[in-house]
Design a protein around this ligand. Structure first.
Ligand SMILES: *Cc1c(COP(=O)(O)O)cnc(C)c1O
Length: 824
C-alpha cells in the first residue's frame, strides 16, 4: 500500500498528469536519464522498456493512492484473495491500456524512434502459476480493480516460477525461468510489512491466570521472516488500483551475524538458505501426490503471513477482532491456503483468548472457498504425522474442529458411519491424512464450484454428505476471463473492427458485444472479420518461423490445443485423430481435403511420465507427417514450445478451431475455451466444464459438440466398459492405434508408445476410444463448414457476439454480491 497511516486526508492530491505524447515522451526520457542513468543515444531496448514502465507506473501510483484513500474513507468490507498461484504474464501493455494511454504511448515512443511492440516483448512473463487456476487469479485481480472491489491478492513471490520448456529431440526439457534477473520495476519491497512465521516445536498450556481452557502457547522450533512485495494492479480506465502482495522468505537475522562471527559460517549460511528456499520454486501441478514437505511449508508460510497482515490492518483500523467478518472477506483459491482456517482459529484462541464457539463463528463468517477439481488424485491431503510435526498447535485445533463437526452431523441425524467418515477432516482409511478440502469446507460459509456442471458434481460426489449437512453453502460461480487482456490487448485487429461496428459500449460492459449479432450475416463485415483472422494467423506463422523454423500456411485451418498436458485433457485423442486423418489423406488423395495445421502447446509436470510421453508423441507424429510429400499442404502438425501467457496471446487470436475435448466430468471449467471463443474461434468440445454454458450462450449451431456426457461416462464406468470392443468396431481407430503402437512414428524405438496405447486397450480411463468416432465425425463436420466461408464466418462472429457473459467482471460481480457482500 502506498500509505496506511490513516492521516492522509489532509495531504494535497497530486496534480492530474497530462497525457499527450510529447509530455509522455519527456517523462520517459526523464526516467531514462535520472532513474536509469542512461543517455537516450546509448539506451538499449531494455532500458527503454524500463523507462516506459517507470513512467506508466507513476500514473498507476497516483490512482493507487486515491484508491487507497477511498478504501479507508469507505470503511467497508475488503476482499482478500489468497492464492498460491498468480499467472500474470506481462504487465506493461495491460497497465498502459488500462490507463488508456496505448495510442499516446505508441506515439511518444515512435517520436523517440522506439517501437512499443518490440520493447513490450522484452518484458519477462511473471509466471507464478501452472495454468488455469493461476491465470484465473490474475484475471480476478484485474476484474476486482475494474468493478471497484477493494481487494488485496496474497501469494508467494517465487524466485523461479513456472519452468521454461525447451524441446530437445522431441522431449520436454525443463529449465529454470529467471524472471527477476533484470529486476522487477513493478514491485515495491515493504520492509515494514514483515512477519515472523514459525514451524515445528512444542505447545504448552497458557499460564496466565485468566487464560481460557483452549488457550495454548506455541513455541516454534524454527522461524522465518515473511517480507511483502507489492505490485499495483490497475483496473480498466484506471478506476481503481488494488494491491497484489507477494511474500518472500528470509532468515530471522538476515546475515545471522552472531553465528557467522562465532565462526559457524556453514551453519549460518545453511539456515539462511533454508529460509530462502521456501520461496524459491513454484511447485509443478499434478506432481501428485505433492507429498513434499516444502509444499506444506509454503502453504503455511503464505497463509500465516497473509493472516497476520489482515489481522494487523483490521486491529489498526477497527480495534476489535470480533468485527473481523464485517470488514474482511477471505477467499481461498482452492485448498492450498486452507490451513488458514486453522491459523485464524489459533490467532483467535491463543492470541485473543476468544472461546472456541465464538472463534469458530468468526472464522466461518470470514472464509469462503473455491473448489477447482474433484479428481481424487488432486484432492489435497497431508499425512497426519507430517502436519503434526510442522504445525503441532494447528493439529490440535483441527482435532477440536473435527470433533465438533462430527458431533453436529450426528445430532443432525441421517448420517451413518460411512457418511460421517466422508465428512471427517481426517481420512482414516490406511495412513491417516488430513483432508484440506474438508477443512476448507468446514471453515467457510460459502463453497463455490467454477461452472454449473462442476458445481452439480460437487453436490453429487465428493461433497455430497457435506452438502446434506450444510445445504445452503455450495453455490456456483462460473469462471470468466478479463476481456481487456484476452480481446482488447491481444487482438487489436478484432478490437478495432468491433468498435467500428458497434461502438465502445462493450468496452465497459462485455455483454454489449451482443450488438455484433446484427453483423453475423453481413458479408462486408464477414470479409473484414476473416481478414483480421487471416492477419493474426500470418503473424503466428511468422512467429513460429522465427522461433521453431516451422513453415505453416495461413490459409489452412488452424486447429489449436494449448493447455497443460494431462491425460484427462486428452491431447492424446487429438493426436490419434491426426494420425487417422494422415492415414486417410494418404489412402484417398483424390478427396477434397481441407488443409489443416494442428498446433499443440503445453507443459507437462516434471514427474508426470505419460504427459511427457504425449509431448514426445506429438513431436514424433509431426516429424513423420511434416516430411511426407503425400500430405504436403494438407496436414501439418506442430508442437509449440514453452506455452505461457504471452504465447497464448499470440496463438488464441490466430485460432480457427479451439480444442476443448476433456473427458466429460473431469474439467472443472476451463478458461482457455472462453478466450478462444471471444477471439472468434469455433469450439470443438465435449459437454464438460464451462463448455456446457458456452453452448447455451453461443447457441448449439455455433459450437461443435461431440462425445459422451458426464453422466454417460459415469454409467459406462459403472457398467463395465470394454474399450477393446470399441476399438475393434472402429476401423480408423484400430489403424491409428496400431500404427502408433507398432512404431511407425518411433522407428528408432518401436515400443516407445506400447504402454501408452496398451492403456487405451486395457482400461481407457479417459475414454479416448469411447469418444473417438464421435470426435472424428465432428472434425469432418468442421471441414465441411470450413468450405462454406460465409457460414463459418457467421458462426465465428456469433461466438464473439455472445461470449460477453464470460467476462470475469461478471464472475467478480457475482462473488461480490453473493459471497463477499460488497458493492452494488
Ligand atoms: C488460460 C490459460 C490456461 C488455462 O487453459 P485451459 O485450456 O482452461 O486449461 C493455462 N495456461 C495459460 C498460459 C493460459 O493463458
Amino acid at each position: 500500500m502506498p500509505t496506511e497511516t490513516g492521516v492522509t486526508a489532509s495531504l494535497p492530491k497530486p496534480e492530474p498528469r497530462q497525457s499527450d505524447p510529447t509530455i509522455l515522451a519527456r517523462e520517459i526520457v526523464e526516467r531514462l536519464t535520472y532513474r536509469l542513468g542512461k543517455d537516450a543515444t546509448a539506451a538499449q531496448p531494455h532500458d527503454w522498456l524500463h523507462a516506459v514502465i517507470l513512467s506508466i507506473r507513476d500514473r498507476v501510483i497516483d490512482a493507487w493512492i486515491s484508491s487507497t484513500h477511498k478504501t479507508y474513507e469507505e470503511q467497508g468490507r475488503r476482499v482478500y484473495y489468497l492464492s498460491l498461484e498468480f499467472l500474470i504474464g506481462r504487465l506493461m501493455r495491460d497497465a498502459v491500456s488500462n490507463m488508456e494511454l496505448l495510442e499516446e504511448m505508441r506515439q511518444a515512443l515512435a517520436s523517440l524512434n522506439v517501437d512499443i511492440d518490440i520493447i513490450a516483448e522484452l518484458e519477462p512473463d511473471a509466471a507464478l502459476g501452472n495454468g488455469g487456476l493461476g491465470r484465473l487469479a490474475a484475471c480476478f485481480m484485474e476484474s476486482m480493480a475494474t468493478v471497484d472491489v477493494p481487494a488485496y491478492g496474497y501469494g508467494i513471490r517465487y524466485v523461479n516460477g513456472m519452468f521454461r520448456q525447451e524441446i530437445s529431440d522431441g522431449w520436454q526439457v525443463e529449465l529454470p525461468e529467471t524472471w527477476l534477473t533484470h529486476g522487477n520495476p513493478w514491485e515495491f519491497e515493504r520492509r515494514e510489512a514483515s512477519y515472523e512465521v514459525g514451524f515445528g516445536g512444542l505447545v504448552d498450556p497458557a499460564e496466565d491466570e485468566d487464560a481460557t481452557p483452549h488457550q495454548m502457547v506455541w513455541r516454534p522450533a524454527e522461524r522465518v521472516i515473511a517480507t511483502a512485495f507489492d505490485t499495483p494492479i490497475a483496473g480498466w480506465r484506471g478506476k481503481r488500483v488494488n494491491t497484489l502482495r507477494l511474500w518472500t522468505a528470509q532468515p530471522i537475522d538476515p546475515i545471522l551475524l552472531d553465528r557467522f562471527n562465532a565462526g559457524d559460517h556453514v551453519g549460518a549460511l545453511q539456515e539462511s538458505n533454508r529460509a530462502e528456499s521456501l520461496t524459491r520454486v513454484l511447485y509443478p501441478a499434478d506432481s501428485s501426490p505433492a507429498g513434499q514437505e516444502l509444499r506444506l511449508r509454503q502453504e503455511y508460510f503464505f497463509s500465516a503471513a497473509s493472516l497476520q497482515d489482515i489481522v494487523r490492518r483490521h486491529i489498526q483500523y477497527f480495534g476489535d477482532i470480533r468485527t473481523l467478518p464485517d470488514k474482511a472477506a477471505i477467499q481461498l483459491n482452492d485448498t492450498h491456503p486452507a490451513v488458514s482456517v486453522a491459523e485464524l482459529m489459533r490467532v483467535l484462541l491463543d492470541q485473543y483468548g476468544l472461546d472456541f464457539d465464538e472463534a469458530w463463528d468468526i472464522t466461518r463468517r470470514t472464509f469462503s472457498y473455491t473448489n477447482h477439481t474433484l479428481l481424487p488424485e488432486a484432492l489435497e491431503s497431508w499425512p497426519v504425522p507430517l502436519f503434526e510435526r510442522l504445525l503441532p498447535r494447528h493439529m490440535q485445533i483441527v482435532y477440536a474442529i473435527n470433533s465438533r463437526l462430527l458431533a453436529e452431523a450426528r445430532r443432525a441425524g441421517g448420517f451413518d458411519d460411512a457418511a460421517i467418515g466422508t465428512i471427517s477432516l481426517i481420512d482414516e482409511g490406511g495412513e491417516r491424512r488430513l483432508r484440506m478440502g474438508n477443512l476448507a469446507f468446514a471453515g467457510s460459509h460459502s463453497i463455490n464450484g467454477v461452472s454449473a456442471l462442476h458445481t452439480d458434481l460437487m453436490k453429487q460426489t465428493v461433497f455430497a454428505d457435506f452438502h446434506r449437512l450444510y445445504p445452503t453453502r455450495i453455490n456456483n460461480k462460473t469462471n470468466g476471463v478479463t476481456f481487456r487482456r484476452w480481446l482488447m490487448q491481444c487482438n487489436p485487429g478484432l478490437f478495432s473492427l468491433v468498435r467500428e461496428a458497434i461502438g465502445d459500449r462493450f468496452m465497459d460492459d462485455a455483454e454489449g458485444l451482443r450488438d455484433l449479432d446484427a453483423f453475423a450475416h453481413d458479408s462486408a463485415f464477414q470479409e473484414k472479420f476473416l481478414a483480421v483472422k487471416r492477419a493474426n494467423k500470418a503473424h503466428l506463422a511468422q512467429v513460429l518461423r522465427e522461433r521453431v523454423n516451422a513453415r505453416i500456411d495461413p490459409a489452412a485451418l488452424f486447429d489449436i490445443q494449448i493447455k497443460r498436458i494431462h491425460e484427462y485433457k486428452r491431447q492424446l485423442l487429438n493426436i490419434v485423430e491426426a494420425v487417422s486423418l494422415y492415414d486417410q489423406i494418404r489412402s484417398h488423395p483424390e478427396r477434397d481435403w481441407v488443409p489443416r495445421v494442428k498446433l499443440f502447446g503445453g507443459k507437462a509436470a516434471s514427474s508426470y511420465h505419460n504427459a511427457k510421453l504425449i509431448i514426445k508423441l506429438a513431436n514424433d507424429v509431426a516429424r513423420v507427417v511434416n516430411h511426407d510429400p503425400a500430405v504436403q499442404g494438407l496436414l501439418k502438425v506442430q508442437f509449440v514450445p514453452n506455452y505461457n501467457v504471452s504465447m497464448a496471446e499470440i496463438m488464441i487470436p490466430a485460432a480457427d478451431l479451439s480444442e476443448q475435448i476433456s473427458t466429460a466430468g473431469m474439467e472443472a471449467s476451463g478458461t482457455g475455451n472462453m478466450k478462444f471463443a471471444v477471439n472468434g474461434a469455433l469450439t470443438i468440445g465435449t459437454l464438460d466444464g464451462a463448455n456446457v454454458e458456452m453452448r447455451d450462450h453461443v447457441g448449439p449451431d455455433n459450437i461443435l459438440i461431440f462425445g459422451l456426457t458426464a453422466q454417460e461416462v459415469a454409467d459406462r464406468r459403472a457398467n463395465g466398459y470394454a474399450p477393446r470392443d470399441v476399438i475393434e468396431a472402429s476401423c480408423e481407430l484400430s489403424q491409428a492405434l496400431s500404427a502408433i503402437r507398432s512404431g511407425v512414428f518411433s522407428p528408432g524405438q518401436p515400443d516407445r508408445y506400447a504402454g501408452l496405447i496398451d492403456g487405451i486397450y486395457d482400461h481407457d480411463w479417459f475414454m479416448v476410444a469411447a469418444d473417438f468416432d464421435s470426435y472424428a465425425a465432428a472434425q469432418r463436420q468442421a471441414d465441411r463448414l470450413w468450405n462454406d466461408k460465409a457460414a463459418w464466418a457467421s458462426k465465428a462472429i456469433y461466438n464473439v457476439a455472445r461470449m460477453g457473459w464470460f467476462s470475469s467482471d461478471r464472475t467478480i460481480r457475482e462473488y461480490a454480491r453473493d459471497i463477499w457482500k460488497v458493492l452494488p
